[in-house]
Design a protein around this ligand. Structure first.
Ligand code: SF4
Length: 902
């Protein structure tokens, strides 16, 4: 099944344009920018979108553009932003103001009949040739010098497998620059030794800083499939051949080392890849110390133990090859990498500085450490963040850190055993820092040991909880209070982090552990090493978190899941300002970006509302192609209430079953039903199965259920599609926030009716959610940065009491409550947006719960008011009972059937 298709304009665009003009009753004659790269006749809303984006890019600053899913948003972004890019480069060249942009003028005869930007594209191709030649020249000048052979020799000479080589694992003496200011005899910390990296950070170097491509557009989205879809749209335009494009992905998606890839898990793949480089890097460094003739320079990649990254020359050829071809997505890059037997992950990273358009996942762009490691410079460039509907939460979750009790124990025992072996060989500096690490870990373990004993209320947790939100055990605290309570506030964490980073202690300690395990012929050694590295990484991530500003987040200590400490970032303003301050323009695009004000307050509160540029367009479907109804009553007259306290009642589940039995008899082809959670879906499915309702439904349509495991989703969707195409019809029981609710295209018969069961509010028993709600409630208040604005009515929600969580929500005055409702409605909008995918599509949308049907004018905040405009404007509030719903649906599908057959 295709993933996240954009509007299919090729389906008679003239006809669709006519519909749009008829619908608004006027032919638009306003003089607007031409977007010659747009491959079809654009709909008027697409023209409006492109014009707005072009204007916003000209002006710079922060802008938000909203265009419903299925309206060709990606294509509009491509044609507007890239034309702006080319125009801007052209202007600079014309004014002779930038040497960067020579790329668009030199060489070639110009065809005067073509617009400037088309002519420029031709020249860019010439530039590709120049780059190729330069590369060839560079290759000739810097022949590969056989590093692989010398590395192997060194491997053979470096101690063998039958003993622990002290020199290999012993730390070199360490003193921080501060400590060593009075003594020049001791070794300074190695620069770029690369012993430490946080989980959001790599530390590889690139040596291709010679090709800065000038003005760039960075386009990012959340998932790899969304990025691939974007490249697919890009390929429909002339830009695919004529500007330099690079797609950056994760190792999980781009690694071609089968041994590493089979580790399966993202974290383990990252660890293994980096470890392959670290090990060899440290060996190379040792060779230097031993006077071995290793070719100089920082050639980490060429000395890598991964065979796909040994030859720099192949990496250069990969780069030259990609520059010659049209835009490629991740799969294409992987294919080329396999053919050339060189790593596409690192190969594509080398291309970024020279690219005009860099396509990358959120994480790579929004995390400062990732940007730095990738060498991405936002200065005066354009950043487009697509699918930005949850940007604030996504950004914050990237900066969370979590370490479990077993990970801390793992790190502690590894360091202790290392210290036991090397104590006499280590200098005073190393011993001091290692002891400090042990003290710190023991302190962190203390409250966890207590909570994991489930002694939540009586035991000595080691925390002074007078300043926490819970007397003991599971609790949340500000950073300073946490450190103070554990008596570790006197430890200089910044210095300790610098030591961990520069001394390479993580790899020394885990490498030693691995060697010992191997000598003991432990078959699990390889896995242990990777998990040790993960434990070290989680620990160091937590140290980084503890150095954040006190008011930026909260520390949560929980006894659940074996015990863990988590840092929850609460404010994204500072993080986002790093992007905004650098870039010329930051564009947030999405299907639904409401509520704008909440996003502004959370991400760029410094920006006055009137300086935020906003554009929103309606859907390309005519109103008669959607039938949104709020369904308040079931066929037997029972009122629908799927709130937490009522949804499990037999009567409620039975009534929903009756509704579904009725729908499957009336709705053609596919029906998708969204539940708030897998647990509730299971509960309903079991009840329907026991009561015989499921059998009734299955007489009309095949029933499919969204699997919990992502790997099984594709097979289920394939069967679902086959059942529909065979004429049998199908119903899919899916879950809000699951795979089906995001990123999958359910166009046409795949979904003729989408049913949203209840309001999928997140569980108020979630301590992290409550911390965010408290923080947001306090936004705008003068003292909010230092303390939560709420006085909790009851702390018992920390042990998972939902009702107490609701109590907290009731204490909120405005923003906190709004945020909670927004979370729910964003999830609803994301799910129901699956149904209408192009202008000729049609679908019914049923919002099943009496709370959707309440009169919105009677409440200041109402769930339905947060629906997308194109649904909200046509929503039918069915308050007269199910008869109305049945009649409306019957008419709708009858009418669509007539249209189809005529
Ligand atoms: S260098 Fe590339 S191919 Fe080798 S392990 Fe790392 S990502 Fe995989």
């Amino acid at each position: 099944m295709a993933v996240e298709e954009e509007a299919e304009n090729e389906s008679d665009p003239e006809e669709l344009n006519r519909i749009l003009r008829d619908d608004d009753g006027s032919v638009k004659d306003e003089k607007k920018q031409e977007f010659a790269a747009f491959p079809y006749t654009p709909y008027s809303i697409q023209t409006d979108f492109m014009n707005a984006l072009f204007r916003f890019l000209d002006k710079g600053g922060v802008s938000m553009l909203e265009s419903p899913t299925g309206t060709g948003k990606s294509l509009s972004i491509i044609c507007s932003a890239l034309q702006w890019l080319v125009d801007r480069k052209q202007k600079k060249v014309n004014s002779g103001s930038s040497s960067d942009d020579k790329v668009v003028v030199d060489g070639g005869e110009e065809d005067e009949s073509e617009p400037d930007w088309i002519r420029n594209f031709t020249v860019v191709n010439d530039d590709k040739e120049t780059i190729r030649n330069n590369r060839k020249h560079a290759k000739e000048k810097r022949p590969f010098q056989g590093g692989e052979v010398s590395v192997r020799k060194h491997e053979a000479a470096s101690g063998g497998d039958d003993e622990v080589n002290e020199q290999e694992f012993c730390l070199e003496e360490y003193e921080s620059e501060e400590d060593s200011s009075s003594s020049s005899s001791k070794r300074k910390p190695p620069v770029g030794g690369g012993g430490f990296y946080t989980s959001s950070e790599d530390d590889e170097e690139e040596d291709d800083k010679d090709e800065e491509g000038g003005l760039k557009v960075f386009y990012c989205s959340r998932t790899h499939s969304q990025l691939s879809q974007f490249v697919k749209e890009l390929k429909k335009t002339v830009f695919a051949q004529n500007i330099r494009v690079v797609c950056l992905g994760s190792r999980k998606n781009m690694c071609i080392n089968e041994d590493v890839l089979k580790l399966g898990n993202v974290g383990r793949i990252n660890e293994r890849c980096l470890d392959l480089q670290k090990k060899k890097s440290s060996q190379v460094s040792k060779k230097k110390n031993l006077g071995t003739n290793v070719r100089g320079g920082r050639t980490k990649a060429s000395s890598c133990r991964c065979p796909m990254l040994r030859k720099q020359s192949l990496q250069r050829e990969f780069k030259a090859e990609i520059l010659q071809r049209e835009a490629m997505d991740i799969e294409d890059l992987v294919q080329v990498g396999r053919e050339m037997r060189t790593c596409p992950y690192y190969g594509s990273r080398r291309l970024a500085p020279a690219a005009d358009l860099v396509i990358l996942p959120y994480q790579s762009l929004l995390s400062k450490s990732s940007r730095e490691s990738l060498g991405l410079k936002l200065k005066n460039n354009v950043v487009i963040i697509d699918e930005a509907h949850n940007l604030a939460d996504t950004l914050l979750s990237m900066h969370d850190a979590k370490v479990t009790m077993s990970q801390l124990e793992d790190v502690h025992s590894s360091i202790e055993s290392y210290l036991g072996r090397f104590q006499n060989l280590l200098g005073a500096g190393n011993r001091r820092y290692i002891q400090t690490m042990l003290i710190l870990i023991r302190a962190l373990l203390k409250p966890l040991a207590t909570t994991s004993d489930r002694n939540l209320n009586g035991g000595n947790s080691g925390l002074d909880t007078s300043k926490s939100s819970k007397p003991c055990g599971g609790c949340s605290m500000a950073i300073y209070d946490f450190l103070f309570s554990l008596n570790i506030d006197n430890i200089n964490l910044v210095k300790l982090l610098a030591y961990i980073k520069q001394s390479n202690i993580i790899h020394k300690v885990s490498g030693y552990g691995e060697r010992v395990a191997m000598l003991q012929k432990d078959p699990a050694a390889a896995h242990e090493e990777t998990s040790k590295l993960s434990s070290f990484r989680a620990f160091s991530d937590m140290l980084v978190a503890l150095t954040h500003n006190n008011g930026d987040g909260r520390i949560i200590v929980s006894g659940q899941q074996g015990g863990y400490i988590k840092y929850v970032m609460l404010t994204g303003a500072k993080l986002f300002s790093e992007v905004v301050d650098e870039a010329h323009a930051v564009i947030l695009a999405g299907g639904t970006l409401q509520p704008i004000e909440e996003t502004r307050e959370r991400l760029f509160p410094w920006l006055p509302s009137n300086q935020l540029q906003f554009f929103s367009c309606s859907h390309i479907v005519p109103p008669e192609s959607i039938m949104p109804i709020s369904v308040s009553h079931g066929p037997s007259g029972h009122s629908f209430d799927f709130s937490h306290s009522s949804r499990s009642s037999t009567k409620m589940i039975q009534e929903l079953g009756l509704l579904m039995s009725n729908l499957v008899a009336m709705v053609p082809e596919g029906v998708i039903v969204f539940f708030s959670s897998f647990e509730y879906e299971t509960q309903v499915h079991t009840a329907w199965s026991n009561s015989g309702i499921l059998r009734r439904i299955m007489k009309k349509k095949r029933v499919f259920r969204e699997p919990r495991r992502n790997t099984e989703v594709e097979a289920v969707l394939r069967d679902y599609k086959e059942a529909i195409e065979s004429g049998r019809g199908a119903i899919m029981l899916a879950v809000v926030g699951g795979k089906v609710s995001e990123g999958i295209n359910f166009s046409d018969g795949m979904c003729r009716c989408v049913v949203m069961v209840g309001l999928p509010y997140p569980s108020p028993s979630d301590i992290e959610l409550l911390e965010r709600i408290k923080h947001i409630e306090g936004l705008g208040d003068s003292e909010s940065s230092s303390k939560p604005s709420l006085t909790l009515v009851d702390d018992s929600y920390y042990s998972g009491d939902v009702q107490a969580g609701f109590g907290v929500l009731k204490s909120c005055r405005r923003r906190g409550k709004e945020y909670y409702e927004n979370l729910c409605m964003k999830a609803v909008n994301q799910s129901i947006g699956r149904a209408i995918r192009h202008a000729k599509d049609y679908s019914a949308i049923l919002l099943v719960d009496a709370r959707y049907a309440n009169d919105p004018s009677k409440r200041t905040s109402h769930p339905s008011s947060k629906l997308p405009k194109w649904i909200k404007d046509h929503l039918i509030y069915s308050t007269k009972g199910y008869g109305d719903v049945h009649r409306l649906l019957h008419q709708f599908f009858k009418h669509k059937n007539v249209e189809k057959s005529s």
